[in-house]
Design a binder for this molecule. Structure first.
Ligand SMILES: Cc1cc2nc3c(=O)[nH]c(=O)nc-3n(C[C@H](O)[C@H](O)[C@H](O)COP(=O)(O)OP(=O)(O)OC[C@H]3O[C@@H](n4cnc5c(N)ncnc54)[C@H](O)[C@@H]3O)c2cc1C
Ligand SMILES: NC(=O)c1ccc[n+]([C@@H]2O[C@H](COP(=O)([O-])OP(=O)(O)OC[C@H]3O[C@@H](n4cnc5c(N)ncnc54)[C@H](O)[C@@H]3O)[C@@H](O)[C@H]2O)c1
Length: 455
């Protein structure tokens, strides 16, 4: 066992962990980055990037099919091979992180592949294939452990060859039929991809609607589009038993037995704080998140960033946290974390994007809420676009202050439309100022003007 003194150890190198390790090393600190798996974390290898490549391909198929009605005769034969090849070779380098490791080393940081654990005050032990290495930290520890797919306690489930997002991104073939458990962003994005590539898809969501963190109008519209495309959506139901007969999965859902060649579990994420040893730093290890202050401090000389702090499981959040924690560690007068304008986009077609509070969240906070809603097919651009124009814009205004506290955009490129709404919510631009904007004709974002007029 080796013992070494360093300035900072970063446990977990997700997007934020990788960024902060490199930034602190470039600033001249001695930094050890630790990851048990791949440098970069979930996003580049199992999540954002490969899934968005799959979505890009599925969207291309959908547009080609729409061309039949809009532009002539198109014959399209879906082929998963280019998608699988792109994920394997372009996105993940065959799930090899050498490029990311080299990038980290080039910043001046060290890398240890192994499991990191806080084992005492100012002490981290990394279990590597060469044995345990102990690091005593002068400045502190940054925790960026992310999350793992949660497997719900359903009778028989763990005995089956189920997919999580990690297996789904690596598939070389499209199953003929697929059951997706979970109607959050992961379940919805995968359900549409595999359906558009020919799988017969049933999505089972325990809650009453898809994407429960978004506006109910967004959920309803997505469900309508999914059902129109042939995806079966079962809400308010849970699987109680799962069997695999060597060929098919059989799920007991209420009175019905659902059968499919493949099962994808997308029922949320989990983490194990005790395996991280946080108790040794005085942090409770029986919860799902690590509580931090506005500078990402979790305890004396311990910072936590990314999914684990429970402020939104998004790559942009992990990177945002990394900047704040880095400034604090370097003694810089950086900004404090604020969460009034957190954006997200689910890349289904239509995309479902939002920022800030939903109407229900704003009402729960006692805000005097005024709502403006417009449907994209009613806009000039929606009319022109025709097929695939499903969408809406919903604005949530604090009527007393005259500013938007939340906004949603659903539609083609809704994640991009959201940019304008993000500025409005983030900078608390008065609604009266927004109403004076000249919005280019005929864009989708021009519908923001119609929604403002409804306030
Ligand atoms: C299918 C899917 C699609 C997604 N799409 C998007 C998207 O489009 N946009 C978006 O913003 N977000 C998306 N997300 C969420 C996004 O992937 C995460 O928010 C993002 O990866 C940030 O996570 P993180 O920084 O907390 O850590 P992670 O990316 O989870 O990385 C944590 C790292 O820590 C390592 N680790 C954990 N514990 C230890 C330990 N004790 N010792 C050593 N190493 C350890 C793990 O091996 C891992 O490499 C998606 C998620 C999924 C599942
Ligand atoms: N585009 C993006 O930004 C993007 C894409 C994918 C994931 N993510 C992030 O990754 C995280 C994980 O996403 P997720 O979709 O896995 O989790 P989630 O927690 O957002 O959604 C899981 C859904 O599964 C349902 N569920 C739970 N148990 C169930 C059961 N037994 N049967 C059926 N349904 C069940 C829940 O009602 C919930 O709506 C999210 O926090 C999300 O922010 C982001």
């Amino acid at each position: 066992m080796t013992v070494e003194d360093v300035d900072v150890v970063v446990i977990g190198l997700g997007p934020g962990g990788e960024a902060i390790a490199a930034r602190l090393a470039r600033a001249g600190l001695s930094v050890v980055g630790v990851d048990a798996r791949l440098v970069g974390g979930e996003c580049p290898y199992y999540a954002c990037i490969p899934t968005k490549m799959m979505i890009r391909a599925a969207d291309a198929l959908a547009e080609a099919r729409r061309a039949n009605e809009l532009a002539g005769s198109v014959q399209i034969k879906p082929d998963w091979a280019p998608v699988a090849a792109r994920v394997r070779h372009d996105a993940t380098d065959n799930w090899n992180d050498q490029v990311a490791v080299d990038r980290l080393l080039a910043s001046g940081a060290r890398f240890e592949r192994g499991w990191g654990k806080i084992t005492g005050a100012d002490e981290v032990t990394v279990s590597t294939s060469d044995g345990d290495k102990v690091f005593r930290v002068r400045k502190g520890v940054v925790l960026n452990p992310g999350t793992d797919p949660a497997i719900p306690p359903i009778d028989g489930l763990t005995d089956t060859p189920l997919w999580t997002n990690r297996e789904a991104v690596a598939t070389e073939t499209v199953p003929s039929s697929l059951i997706v458990l979970g109607g959050g962003p992961v379940g919805c994005e995968f359900a549409q991809v595999f359906s558009r590539f020919g799988a017969s898809v049933t999505l089972v969501q325990s809650g009453p609607r898809l994407l429960p963190n978004d506006e109910p109008e967004s959920s309803d519209l997505l469900r309508e589009v999914f059902e129109r495309e042939g995806i079966r959506v079962v809400t308010g139901s849970r699987a109680t038993k799962v069997e695999y007969d060597g060929t098919n999965f059989h799920l007991q859902v209420g009175d019905e037995t659902l059968t499919a060649e493949q099962l994808l579990v997308a029922t949320g994420r989990t983490t194990d704080l005790s395996a991280l040893g946080v108790k040794a730093a005085g942090i409770p290890d029986d919860g799902r998140v690590i509580n931090v202050d506005e500078r990402m401090r979790a305890a004396d000389k311990v910072w936590a960033i990314g999914d684990i702090v429970g402020k939104g499981a998004f790559t942009h959040m992990s990177m945002y946290h990394a900047d704040i924690a880095a400034a604090d560690i370097l003694g810089e007068d950086g900004p404090q974390a604020q969460y009034h304008a957190v954006p997200h986009a689910t890349f289904t077609d239509p995309e479902v994007a939002s920022v800030g509070l939903t109407q229900a969240e704003a009402e729960k906070q006692g805000i005097n809420v005024r709502v403006g809603l417009t449907k994209l097919p009613d806009s000039s651009r929606g009319y022109i676009h025709k097929l695939g124009n499903d969408g809406l814009i919903k604005l949530v205004e604090d009527a007393d202050r005259g500013v938007l506290v939340g906004a949603s955009a659903v539609g083609p490129g809704a994640g991009e439309i959201l940019g304008a709404l993000l500025v409005a919510v983030h900078a608390q631009v008065p609604t009266s100022t927004l109403k004076g904007m000249i919005l280019a004709y005929p864009t989708f974002h021009r519908a923001i003007g119609s929604a403002l007029a409804e306030l």
